[in-house]
Write a protein that binds this ligand. Sequence first.
Ligand SMILES: [Ca+2]
Ligand SMILES: [Ca+2]
Length: 308
Amino acid sequence: MNDPHHQRGAALIIVLGLVALIAGWAANAAYEDMLSLRRAENQQLSATAELACLSALKLARLALESDAKNSDTDNSEEDWALPPTPFPLDGGLVMGQLEDSNRFYNLNDLVTSEGVADRYSVVEVKRLFTLLELDPSLVDALVDWMDSDNLPSGSGGAEGEAYYGKPYSVKNARLDRWNELGMVAGFDAPVVQALQGIVMVRPAYTGVKTLVNINTADKRVLRMLFPQMTDADADAMIAARPYADLTTMITQPWAAGGNITRLSVTSDMFLLHAQAVFGHVDWKEDYLLARQGGKISLRWRERKIWQP
Ligand SMILES: [Ca+2]
Ligand SMILES: [Ca+2]
């Protein structure tokens, strides 16, 4: 037991064990330091990227103010609608694309500000669902999500009981965000995806339905409003853009039975898609800007984390 060779062997094992422990601790400490540095760097880059997006917002406001002073119509050939050019900044770049929201059909027009289904809008949105080969009775469930009563509408209505198994209940109010659509009974991912680029979720002014800008609207939006309009009619109408007023629309054969009063040649809300890239931070934010009487106001801003 007291063999000095054994004692030296034991001491050596203890020393080696300590060396391994210290080496492990040192590696761990170095890793923690690296993480702290990376965290600090990420925070700094994120703050810079967010500020860059806010600069894009400032520029967008100026562009929309200037446009209001210099033109009476809105179309995609104007300066505000130019494709984004990345603007280099110290250590990164920023870009912004403005898109008018009146090119889309506003789903919030399905109900009035009093929370009652608007029967004309219901017909229009159902027409779109048919065009897209989606089940038009899904629109009943969307109306029920937004209308203030608890009575299922149409053949596809979905009120309280349809949400009993879910961790939320029917909203009974207008939509606030696009992603809310996925909470409505029957609105699975393919349905929501099919609607993208045609309809949108934006605030509606009290007592007034959202106007559709004929200079920027998608042809499916135009066909929602005009049951007689064919795909070829829509293509011909789009090819003759931009329009200074609505006079030529009224005389078109396809306009019969349609909703001319929903048309406009101007836009009152705009979406800014801003993006800033600094190092490995890629910051994307959307802003909804309202323009009334030449004055710009920010209605919401949303950081895009999950969306491409
Ligand atoms: Ca304009
Ligand atoms: Ca309801």
